[in-house]
Structures are given as structure tokens and as C-alpha cells.
Design a binder for this molecule. Structure first.
Ligand code: LMR
Length: 398
């Protein structure tokens, strides 16, 4: 019956973790998946999460959440993305549901897009997180790409991006990374975001923000929402996928939120009901534990402060590792410029290494990373940075 089923190709990111786990070498280093590690290379559970879990213990029942998830978690998520005093929240113009982290939020939106705007396409930046392509492919939304990264400068291709926005048909859907672009670590400046927003307005494009790293770009979730706030000020309707995987370290809890800013409350009610209808046959209703953790942390000012401090701590450790990696490469006398290691922001460094150089890192040094040359800086530690720099120098020097 299933004889014709071929093995699926390995996932370019999660496949790296599988290969890392299978390697018995004591020297192995995983800078593949974007998952935060402390300076000993260990996964971290934040203090605010531990405290939220302490409060949950004993009080939690295991009842189903509604199809749209926890209202409390949704309300707190909207404040985080749209602003504490957002008029759109007050006016009930936002259709929002709890989602299975960022992936689930993007997928719900893609399915919604296909169902209600079946002739639309999605414009996706080049490059982007590899799973974005899978998500819109499986939702059967045709994909187009827009320029984003400039390989020579290892920075933003702003002119190319603006051209592609101008040349797209009016009313196109664009996927934008709200902050800490994955994989490049390159974000538009505030001024550039304003220009992008202005151009979107002229073209009547719809911006869908994937905000998987709120807090990881600047260390401050409020500042990292700037791009979204600019689009809101300019009067756009937007969509937004939020994830608590990285900024609360809730990776496996699959805690996230999908929101769509509508024209009025009535529209928001209709849109939300349709999002729930899409969720029901897929997973019925979302998991309860992560939602409770998120809502407890965000609704208690004291605990929220602990969280803000911890997000900043994670972001700062990564910035420290960027400096250390660059310094080590320069000390080794690398003939290449490694300025971009410290210029780029968020969890990733888009190193510029070729797939072949990455393959050598893996086969000769047991260093695991994605073949597009992306280094998860969250996996770099004071203990492995010299080893990593030495290996990178070796494979890039000639
Ligand atoms: C990543 O880009 O490494 C993360 O977003 C994890 C994932 O699911 O791919």
C-alpha cells in the first residue's frame, strides 16, 4: 500500500539537530537550530517561567481551551505586539487566536489567506526561514520572492527591496520579519521601515509580520515592536504571528498568537470565527500549559519585569559572543572581514560561508550548522568560541 512512499528530505534546520545528536564526538558543537543556550551550552528555563509554573501547580485543571485558545493569553499578546494602550485593542478590531507557536500562527494565516483570498500570492524575502516556504506551499498559496539581503555588503538590499515592493501588483501580501530577521540578522532601520510602510500604503499591500524574536534584536520587546507600530501609525491593516519559543524559552510548549487587524469589530468577530473553524479540524484547540505560563508572566508587573531582565540577559550574552567570535577570527589573522558578525543582530549570524565550507566544518570539526552558512549565536559559548573561530578560519582562509 505504501510502497511508493519515498523518504522525505531532511529538514534543513531540524535535520541538523538530528545529525548533531547522532555524532558521538566529545568536541561536537551545535550552532544549527535557533535555540538559546547558557554559557555552559545548556538549555535554559527562565526564572519567570519557573515562578509561573509554581503558581500553576495545584491550580491547573486539564480542561480544553476554547478553539481560539486562552483569551487571557491573547489579550496579553496583543498588548505586547500592538502596544499597552492600543486603540485597536480598545476598539476590538483585532481578530486573534492562540496558535501553535510561530509556525502554527503562520500556517493558520496561510490557510485563511487561501480560503478567503484564493487568488492571492505571498511575497517572501530572499532569504527567509526555510519553513516559511513549506508553510505557504502546504497551504497552496503561490509564492513570489522579494529582494532583502545584499551578499556583498552582508547587509540590507534596501533599493532592491523597495523596487520589488513597487513592482508587485497592488494589494499583494508580503511576509515581513518584524525584527531579528532569520537567517540574516539584518533588519531595516527605523527610517527604512517608515519608507517601506509608506510604499506599502501607496500600493495597498498587506503586511504579514512574523515576530518570532521580539526582544532578541534590541533586548527590549517594546523596541522590537517598532516596525509593527510604524505600520499601525500609518493606518495599515496588518497580520501578526507571535511566538514565545525564543523570548520566553517555551520552545516545546508551542505557545503563540495569530492576530489580524480588521476594519471594525464586526469584521474581527467574523475573521476570528473563521480562524477557529480552520483550527478545529486541524488540532481542535491549542495546548493549555504554555498559554498559562505566558499569561501569568505578562499580567503580573513584577514577573513581567523579571522576564524583561531575562530577555535582555539572553540578548546581551549573544552580543558578547558576537564580539568574541569576531575577535578570535581577527586574532587568528583571518584575511576576511568579520565585521558583519557584530553588525548583524538577533540570534543568527549569516556568516557568508558556502555550503561546502559548512560541510567541512561538520566533517572535520563536528560543528553543526545549516548549509546556508547561518550560525546560531545562541549556541556559542566562552567554552567553544575559540574552537569555532579556529575551525571557521581554517575552512575560509584559502
Ligand atoms: C530556527 O530557525 O532555527 C528556529 O526557528 C527553529 C525552527 O523551527 O526552525
Amino acid at each position: 500500500l505504501f510502497g511508493h512512499v519515498e523518504p522525505a528530505p531532511k529538514d534543513p534546520i531540524l535535520g541538523v539537530t538530528e545529525a548533531f545528536l547522532a555524532d558521538p564526538s566529545p568536541d561536537k558543537v551545535n550552532v544549527g537550530v535557533g535555540a538559546y543556550r547558557d554559557d555552559n551550552g545548556k538549555p535554559v528555563v527562565l526564572d519567570c517561567v519557573r515562578e509561573a509554573e509554581r503558581r500553576i501547580a495545584g491550580n491547573l485543571n486539564m480542561e480544553y481551551l476554547p478553539m481560539g485558545g486562552s483569551m487571557h493569553m491573547i489579550e496579553e499578546s496583543l498588548k505586547l505586539a500592538y502596544g499597552e494602550d492600543s486603540e485597536f485593542i480598545k476598539d476590538k478590531r483585532i481578530a486573534a487566536v492562540q496558535a501553535l507557536s510561530g509556525t502554527g500562527a503562520c500556517r493558520l494565516f496561510a490557510d485563511f489567506q487561501k480560503r478567503f483570498l484564493p487568488d492571492s500570492q505571498i511575497y517572501i524575502p530572499t532569504p527567509t526561514w526555510s519553513n516559511h516556504h513549506n508553510i505557504w506551499r502546504d497551504a497552496q498559496v503561490p509564492q513570489r520572492t522579494f529582494s532583502y539581503y545584499h551578499p556583498e555588503s552582508r547587509g540590507l538590499d534596501f533599493a532592491g527591496l523597495m523596487d520589488d515592493i513597487k513592482n508587485a501588483p497592488n494589494g499583494s501580501f508580503f511576509l515581513l520579519h518584524a525584527c531579528a530577521h532569520n537567517p540574516t540578522g539584518v533588519d531595516p532601520t527605523e527610517e527604512q521601515w517608515r519608507e517601506i510602510s509608506y510604499q506599502f500604503k501607496l500600493k495597498n499591500h498587506f503586511p504579514f509580520f512574523d515576530m518570532a524574536y521580539q526582544g532578541f534584536a534590541s533586548g527590549d520587546p517594546e523596541r522590537d515592536a517598532k516596525a509593527i507600530r510604524i505600520f499601525l501609525e500609518d493606518g495599515h491593516q496588518i497580520g501578526c504571528a507571535q511566538s514565545y519559543a525564543k523570548n520566553m524559552g517555551l520552545y516545546g510548549q508551542r505557545a503563540g498568537c495569530l492576530s489580524i487587524l480588521c476594519e471594525d469589530e464586526m469584521q474581527a468577530v467574523a475573521v476570528k470565527s473563521q480562524l477557529q473553524q480552520i483550527a478545529r479540524p486541524m488540532y481542535s484547540n491549542p495546548p493549555v500549559h504554555g498559554a498559562l505560563v505566558v499569561s501569568i508572566i505578562l499580567s503580573d508587573p513584577e514577573l513581567k519585569n523579571v522576564w524583561l531582565g531575562e530577555v535582555k540577559g539572553m540578548a546581551d550574552r549573544i552580543i558578547g559572543m558576537r564580539k568574541a567570535l569576531r575577535e578570535n577570527l581577527e586574532k587568528l589573522g583571518s584575511p576576511l572581514s568579520w565585521e558583519h558578525v557584530t553588525n548583524q543582530i538577533g540570534m543568527f549570524c549569516y556568516s557568508g560561508m558556502t555550503p561546502e565550507q559548512v560541510d567541512r566544518l561538520t566533517s572535520e570539526y563536528h560543528i553543526y550548522m545549516t548549509r546556508n552558512g547561518r550560525i546560531s549565536m545562541a549556541g556559542v559559548t566562552t567554552g567553544n568560541v575559540a574552537y569555532l573561530a579556529n575551525a571557521i578560519h581554517d575552512v575560509t582562509k584559502s
